[in-house]
Design a protein around this ligand. Structure first.
Ligand SMILES: NC(=O)CC(=O)C(=O)O
Length: 258
């Protein structure tokens, strides 16, 4: 991701135009902030119920949180991971595919731990209204942090990083990032260059980074690139080892977050 483009070649025409809104028709987006437990079946039931309720309220695009079939903890990722190429062994993907098809909506399936040839990835699967898997985004920028006395977490001990940006065309042109990917403006700028209208970031910031940065980086990415930014987080849970920030948000190119 180092050399996305050469800044020396940029001209005024490359600057985002704040007077030109993304060219998408209006639709309802649902950010399904979920309370996550260590019971996988319960997590699936809650997600499925939340999808149904969102559809009843008119949602056409639905976003789930980062890591929603298991707690956001290195102790769980490998145990709860599924092989996405083997649907019989992937209850989570089967549920998402069925829900997308039965409700006729697009689901940005948050993120899930994925096994692929002995490697573990933090992966977002996107399902179209026909229930088919449209794309898969593997988190590019893994989250490693060590603030003594406050928080220590090292995704790179467990996960392998992805290396591809992901764009899907559904209700609009959508770019995908997962949580820490939002901190890297280059990825969002690449999406803008490729005509993206809305970037969806399933995310699980924690109380330390959330307070400092969650809203700020979303507004920065939206304003820098004159597009919409949607985030979806697990809801706040102080009982585990990682206290998630929550605050799923939608930001417009010039608006305050909602
Ligand atoms: N889950 C994460 O990637 C958390 C993150 O990025 C943060 O800054 O907090």
């Amino acid at each position: 991701m180092a050399a996305l483009w050469n800044t020396r070649n940029l001209t005024m025409a490359d600057a985002p135009n704040p007077f030109q809104l993304p060219n998408i028709t209006k639709f309802k987006i649902a950010l399904c902030q979920l309370s996550i437990t260590s019971d996988k079946n319960q997590n699936l039931d809650r997600a499925s119920r939340s999808i149904r309720l969102s559809v009843e309220q008119g949602a056409k695009l639905l976003v789930l949180p980062e890591m929603w079939n298991c707690p956001y903890s290195s102790d769980y990722f490998a145990k709860y991971a599924e092989d996405f190429d083997n649907r019989d062994a992937s209850p989570t993907l089967s549920m998402l595919s069925e829900a997308a098809c039965c409700h006729g909506i697009t689901i940005i399936g948050g993120s899930l731990p994925e096994w692929d040839h002995g490697r573990l990835y933090n992966t977002c699967c996107i399902f179209g209204p026909d229930g088919r898997l449209k794309a898969k985004h593997r988190k590019i920028h893994l989250f490693d942090i060590d603030i003594p006395g406050e928080i220590s977490f090292k995704e790179s001990d467990t996960f392998t990083a992805g290396d591809q940006p992901t764009i899907v065309d559904t209700v609009g042109r959508i770019g995908i990032g997962i949580c820490h990917d939002i901190r890297f403006p280059e990825l969002a700028a690449l999406y803008r260059k490729r005509g993206v209208d809305i970037i969806c970031y399933p995310g699980a910031f924690n109380v330390s980074t959330g307070e400092l940065l969650w809203e700020l980086v979303q507004r920065a990415r939206a304003v820098d690139n004159q597009l919409f930014v949607a985030t979806c987080s697990p809801s706040r849970n102080s009982t585990g080892s990682y206290t998630t920030w929550g605050h799923s948000t939608l930001v417009g190119p010039k608006e305050s977050p909602t």
